[in-house]
Structures are given as C-alpha cells and as structure tokens.
Design a protein around this ligand. Structure first.
Ligand code: PRT
Ligand code: ZN
Length: 283
C-alpha cells in the first residue's frame, strides 16, 4: 500500500495544533524538533515538517499528498490544490490598518497611498476589486513598524487579538480576508481510501471538540419538555433511575450554544447535570 505524506508546519503558530490533531486521530509518531520527516507507526503515513510557505506548493506538486496550512498562505502562493476540511484553529484576518492619528476613514482615501505587506498578491487582488490604486510595498516581516518608520502610509497584515496593531499605534481599517488552518490535498489524489479514512478520523475529532456529553436527571412528568430541548446525535438515551418516575437522560450538546441550552434544561426540570468532554464522534 502506498504511504501517504502530509506536510505540516515545522515550528510556529500552526505546529502544535497540527500535531495535536494528528495525535488525536490515533496516529503514533515522534515529534522531534530536529527531524524533517517522521513515519507514523500505525498508519501508512509520513509527516513532513516544513516552513508554512512551502506547504501549498509541495502539495500542488505531489511531493506531499496532504497539507495543513493557513488559507492566507494558499491564497498568496496561488497554487492549485483541493480543500478537504476547515480545521477551526489558526483563525485570523488579513486587515488593512492605518496610524491612529490618520484621517483615513474610507477605502477611496487609499488611492495614491503606500501600503506595506507580506501579502502582495492577496492585497493586489483586493485593491483591484475595490478599484483602488495604491502602491504596494512588499516587505518580509515586521510590517507593523513601517508607518512609524515612514516606509508606508498603511499596512496590510494578519491580526488575531489586535494587540500588535494597538501597541504600534495602528487601527484596523478594512478586512481583506479571514483565514484559518485547512487540510488540503493534491488535486489528482483526493479520493484514495487512505485519504478518506484520514479525513473521517479528522472529522470525528473535530465533531467531538464541538460537542459535550451531557447526563442529567429528570422527573418523567418533565421528560418531554427536556427532550424537546436536546439535539443529540440521534435521539437521547433515557435510563430509569432507582427512584420511581425519575430517569437519566444521556445526550450530546453543541459547544457553541452550550450555556443557553443548560439554563433552558434547568428551567425545564433537569437536575444533577453532568457535562463531559468527548474524544471522538464516529457517525
Ligand atoms: O516559519 P514559518 O514560515 O513556518 O512560519 P511563519 O512565521 O511564516 O508563520 P506563523 O507561525 O507566524 O503563522 C502561521 C500561520 O498562523 C499564518 O500563516 C496564519 O494562517 C496563522 N495565524 C493566526 C497568524 C496569526 N494568527 C497572527 N496573529 N499568523 C501570524 N500572526 C501575526 C501577525 O502577522 C502579526 O505580526 O501575529 C501578529 C498579530 O497578532 P495579534 O494577536 O497581536 O493580532
Ligand atoms: Zn511562513
């Protein structure tokens, strides 16, 4: 059987979460900082540890079958790869920001101005779409200091907390794109059984992350009201308790509306609510 190769970031913001995701899929491999390639002992897969900028091209060229990388890098490198799955980490937005003492409030005011960025391709397309003619200054890092140094009137950079912009006296002005880590594959090899198996494992880990396992007790008189509030994978399990007319209900609840759901359940008569993390959900 052909061994697959997956490229992930060697070090940096996506490394830890990428390794964690693969380990949570039950893949067994060593994660030495010094190694560039690591075999998985219990799945026909090798992990390549690379600079994130190189990952899209490696996948496009078939050197790696799969890759985990930010959408921003894929867009910037303009490669042809297939998206298999959004992964929910590495979330950020590419934004244009201006010095906070600046009078720029509308995109049109960027006409004739200079914008420093490490994302000239994405920014160029955005400005073209918006009909703005600005001078894009491509630099390789520390974009946030360029207005202060007089290198550019504005910047276009990734923002997550906004702390870097703030501490450099910059305010976000316009959203260019939002991004998160995604699983990509080579265009001609997305359909193999091994890739499907790996994607299923990844999806089961992601689903489990988005959900909590909940056990609660309720009097039979209130059971229908409680069940009406529960989404569950199918219907909830209802187990009789030693005390007459009381049952335990087992179900799963999406993380995103968890607290609303719990208070609604309490109002409907749920008691002794126990909430547990889930490792995997296999549909
Ligand atoms: O060495 P290698 O080339 O592999 O890594 P790198 O240094 O190019 O990238 P790295 O590790 O910094 O980021 C990898 C990926 O993480 C990016 O391509 C994005 O998809 C994603 N990501 C998520 C971010 C951020 N959030 C982020 N905040 N990448 C960079 N930043 C930087 C941003 O450039 C700015 O300097 O963090 C600063 C802003 O952060 P806040 O929190 O102050 O807003
Ligand atoms: Zn990089």
């Amino acid at each position: 059987m052909k061994t697959l190769k997956i490229a992930i970031q060697k070090s940096g913001r996506l490394n830890e979460k990428s390794v964690e995701l693969l380990k949570n899929c039950g893949l067994n491999f060593e994660n030495y900082k010094s190694s560039l390639i690591s075999p998985v002992s219990n799945f026909p897969l090798e992990i390549l540890f690379l600079r994130d900028d190189d990952i899209p091209e490696y996948v496009q060229d078939g050197i790696a079958d799969l890759g985990i990388v930010g959408e921003n890098v894929i867009e910037e490198t303009e490669v042809k790869v297939n998206y298999l799955q959004r992964l929910g980490f590495g979330k950020c937005s590419l934004k244009i920001a201006v010095p906070n003492n600046n009078s720029i409030t509308k995109l049109e005011q960027l006409n004739g101005k200079s914008i420093a960025t490490t994302y000239p391709v994405i920014l160029g397309k955005f400005l073209k779409n918006q009909g703005i003619q600005a001078d894009i200054r491509t630099i390789s890092g520390s974009v946030e200091i360029s207005p202060g140094l007089g290198l550019a009137d504005a910047i276009c950079d990734l923002v997550s907390t906004g702390g870097t912009l703030k501490s450099n006296g910059l305010v976000p002005f316009s959203d260019v794109m939002s991004s998160e880590a995604v699983l990509i594959c080579n265009e001609s090899n997305c359909e193999s059984d091994l890739i499907k198996e790996l994607v299923q494992r990844i999806q089961s880990v992601l689903r489990a992350k988005e959900t909590k396992y909940v056990v609660l007790n309720v009097h039979r008189d209130n059971l229908n009201d409680v069940i009406a509030l529960l989404p569950g994978v199918k219907s909830p399990s209802v187990v009789p308790l030693a005390e007459d007319n009381w049952v335990a209900v087992h179900t799963v609840i999406p993380e995103r509306d968890f607290w609303d759901r719990i208070s609604q359940l309490k109002q409907a008569g749920a008691q002794g609510i126990v909430v547990m993390p889930i490792e995997k959900i296999i549909l």
